[in-house]
Ligand binder design. Structure first.
Ligand code: SF4
Length: 455
């Protein structure tokens, strides 16, 4: 891909984990709105749960998550107590004990919570929700913050899927990103989890980090495959120091440029495909027998705030600062600052900062973007028919696709739009054509303000 095309195709675009995307949430959705939405959920509707723990042992320089460094256990003990209050507060507004098929602990580092507190919260969730026997109960793990007691706690709590943060095993890269984590300690945690019965292991890798090269990501991938994960997520490092101040400590001169990033992403994808993993959407890979691969094959994969998912529950309840919920009526986001989140719950109020009620047009475009993100293809007429919209309403968008088609980033057959395999990494750029909220791009050379580069 030549430099011109890469600059055009790789322009900053959202990650589309929701539509409208989070920057378009506003204060018009508040605690009262959320209370009304919760009360209107039919009792028979299944739900999913997301619990955010915004604490880490130390801050990785590349981190884009909502987290802070916890010094000692005091903030974590207080946090667990407040999380319990939040769960009680939210469930008091629900029409009944909703069935749950997916529960996800994210962060931050959720295993920073004390073991008794973790078990107490899981017991409460099982009391307030009907966790299905086959529910996926997942957690994000920093292998540097694990020991046997934590492994035993997770197993006792019913965790059955673990995502291990790896990013890169190269010591030079690890030094530059402030995350020192040996292959041996990662392998020991994967082994201990499997011995405890948690055998669905995911790995998270990142390309585009300082000092990474095709050779270094190839070595990292070899080590990662030795751990035999069922899923691997491969994210491009988003360098946004104007939003994440600590990223200013990343040595910018050592960051690979757009062409090198693309080469790294393609190398990883090719090696994973050769190793038998199926490409899923933009950045996930799974063994063919994994539920995510089967969903992708069937065209029923979903996308939510955790990325690609097999979860199709119409209700996602988020707990913890910054957590986002998705309800049939729209999106809600909790207060991002932990002190205000504490204070609001202590006053007996739902800790909502903002949100977005969905219009019919939002739902239609969300469906188009989700199919493109998950299947790399969409039949616009079929989506319009499913939403009671007029076929042909995307005439302007189809016209706007023409330059992307000319560049080889999209293919069109009537109302069917597809992202060809060589352009998989640019799927978000094609989705952006259907985004009614995307602001005009800044002048060439101006720094992007909200989103990271497409690749
Ligand atoms: S462990 Fe994860 S959440 Fe915590 S600072 Fe590092 S990357 Fe961010």
């Amino acid at each position: 891909m030549n430099a011109d095309l890469l600059a055009r195709a790789g322009r900053p675009v959202p990650r589309y984990t929701s539509y409208p995307t989070a920057p378009h949430f506003g204060p018009e959705v508040d605690a009262a709105t959320y209370a009304g939405w919760l009360g209107a959920i039919p009792a028979e509707v299944p739900a999913s749960l997301y619990l955010h723990v915004p604490f880490c042992a130390e801050l990785c320089l590349y981190c884009g998550c909502h987290t802070t460094v916890a010094r000692g256990m005091t903030p974590l003990v207080a946090y667990a107590a407040r999380l319990i209050e939040e769960i009680e507060l939210v469930t008091a507004h629900l029409p009944g004990r909703l069935e749950v098929g997916h529960l996800h602990w994210g962060g931050g580092t959720p295993t920073m919570l004390g073991n008794p507190d973790f078990l107490r919260i899981m017991a409460l969730l099982r009391a307030r929700f009907a966790l299905r026997p086959d529910a996926e109960v997942a957690i994000e793990i920093d292998p540097r913050v694990m020991d046997q007691a934590k492994v035993d706690t997770l197993a006792a709590a019913g965790i059955n899927r673990a995502s291990l943060g790896v990013q890169d095993f190269d010591p030079r890269v690890q030094e530059a990103i402030g995350r020192r984590q040996s292959f041996a300690e990662t392998a020991a945690v994967a082994d201990a989890l499997r011995k405890a019965g948690i055998d669905a292991i995911n790995l998270d890798l990142i390309y585009g980090l300082p000092h990474q090269s095709v050779a270094s990501v190839t070595r990292t991938l070899g080590d990662a495959l030795a751990l035999e994960p069922s899923r691997i997520a491969v994210f491009g490092y988003a360098h946004v120091p104007w939003m994440k101040k600590h990223q200013a400590l990343i040595p910018e001169a050592a960051l690979p440029g757009p062409a090198a990033r693309l080469e790294q992403a393609e190398t990883i994808a090719n090696l994973l495909n050769e190793a038998g993993y199926v490409s899923i959407g933009l950045d996930h890979f799974a063994r063919p027998d994994d539920a995510m691969a089967r969903r992708a094959e069937a065209g029923t994969l979903k996308r939510n705030f955790q990325g690609y998912t097999t979860d199709d529950a119409p209700v996602l309840l988020g707990f913890g600062p910054s957590a986002i919920g998705a309800l049939p009526q729209g999106y809600v986001q909790n207060l991002p600052a932990t002190p205000r989140w504490h204070q609001t719950i202590a006053q007996g109020e739902l800790p909502i900062a903002r949100g977005r009620a969905l219009t019919a047009d939002d739902r239609l475009r969300r469906a188009v973007i989700e199919r493109l993100m998950c299947d790399l293809a969409v039949d616009l007429d079929a989506v319009c028919a499913a939403h009671g919209a007029e076929a042909g309403m995307f005439a302007d968008e189809l016209a706007a696709l023409d330059p992307l088609i000319a560049d080889g980033l999209a293919v069109r057959d009537g109302a069917c739009v597809r992202v060809p395999e060589p352009a998989r990494a640019f799927t978000r750029t094609v989705c952006a054509v259907f985004d009614a909220y995307l602001a005009p791009q800044p002048d060439a050379g101006a720094p992007p303000r909200r989103h990271a580069a497409a690749v």
